[in-house]
Design a protein around this ligand. Structure first.
Ligand SMILES: CC(C)(COP(=O)(O)OP(=O)(O)OC[C@H]1O[C@@H](n2cnc3c(N)ncnc32)[C@H](O)[C@@H]1OP(=O)(O)O)[C@@H](O)C(=O)NCCC(=O)NCCS
Length: 208
């Protein structure tokens, strides 16, 4: 079997850990997703299936297997975001292209109950360091709807460069939505880690 650079991996800093999805994530993943329909649906790809259908416990095995299969082909690095030992969200490094481009796109979400603790900026910083390190990529892109203030803050906290504006770029929540493109290439870090750019994290959660 071909070895995929940088996969599998479990990068972490303080209470935030990224790890590959597991089959046994079904219950915790589904509980968060069903509870967060209003929080998440408006930022996610359009689907012909209902929210409940595609986020039920029964939906996880097929999704888990699709994520693992894409990872084995080197097309993506699908990470679960864990905070203080608990699953709180997902971060997918997708659209991995090798050759002269060596680029990828990152998408993410976190449980609304855990919002505002800089978990996602930390997860994104870990992912970027991983992409530029073990995964051997040169460029990371994050595309955000202009109305998504919380996500714009995430890339702002890490100092990602605004690179473009894509009109009618992705089919999100029932329509083709404009996106602002942010990117970073390895040179911009000048040998430092993205994690070192993070503001101080809140203390470890009490349930640890
Ligand atoms: C975007 C998202 C991943 C940010 O995650 P996070 O871990 O909360 O990130 P941060 O802690 O850095 O918070 C970012 C901003 O969200 C806002 N925010 C914080 N808590 C919030 C809450 N409870 N409700 C709404 N917004 C909140 C604040 O403006 C915060 O900026 P600040 O830290 O300067 O105050 C999260 O809001 C989310 O999952 N949203 C829905 C899915 C989504 O938009 N995904 C990204 C698509 S591009």
């Amino acid at each position: 079997m071909t070895k995929i650079p940088g996969w599998p991996a479990t990068p972490s800093t303080g209470p935030v850990l990224l790890r590959p999805p597991r089959l046994r994530d079904a219950r915790a993943w589904s509980e968060i997703r069903l509870r967060n329909e209003k929080w998440l649906e408006r930022w996610e790809p359009t689907s012909t299936h209902s929210w409940d259908e595609r986020n039920s416990v029964a939906a996880w095995p097929a999704l888990h297997s699709a994520l693992r299969s894409s990872a084995r082909k080197g097309l993506m690095l699908p990470f679960m975001i864990v905070y203080g030992g608990r699953l709180v969200g997902q971060l997918n490094v997708s659209n991995i292209v090798q050759g002269a481009l060596r680029s990828c796109t990152v998408g993410y979400w976190v449980d609304s109950a855990m919002a505002g603790r800089s978990i996602t900026p930390t997860a994104l910083a870990l992912a970027i360091d991983h992409c530029f390190g073990p995964a051997g990529l040169h460029r990371v892109e994050v595309d955000i709807r202009p109305e998504n203030a919380a996500s714009l803050r995430v890339v702002q906290k890490l100092g990602l460069r605004q690179e473009g504006f894509y009109e009618r770029f992705l089919d999100i929540d029932g329509g083709w939505r404009d996106h602002v493109a942010f990117a970073v290439t390895v040179e911009e870090l000048a040998g430092r880690s993205m994690v070192s750019r993070l503001p101080a994290l809140p203390p470890d959660p009490a349930w640890r």
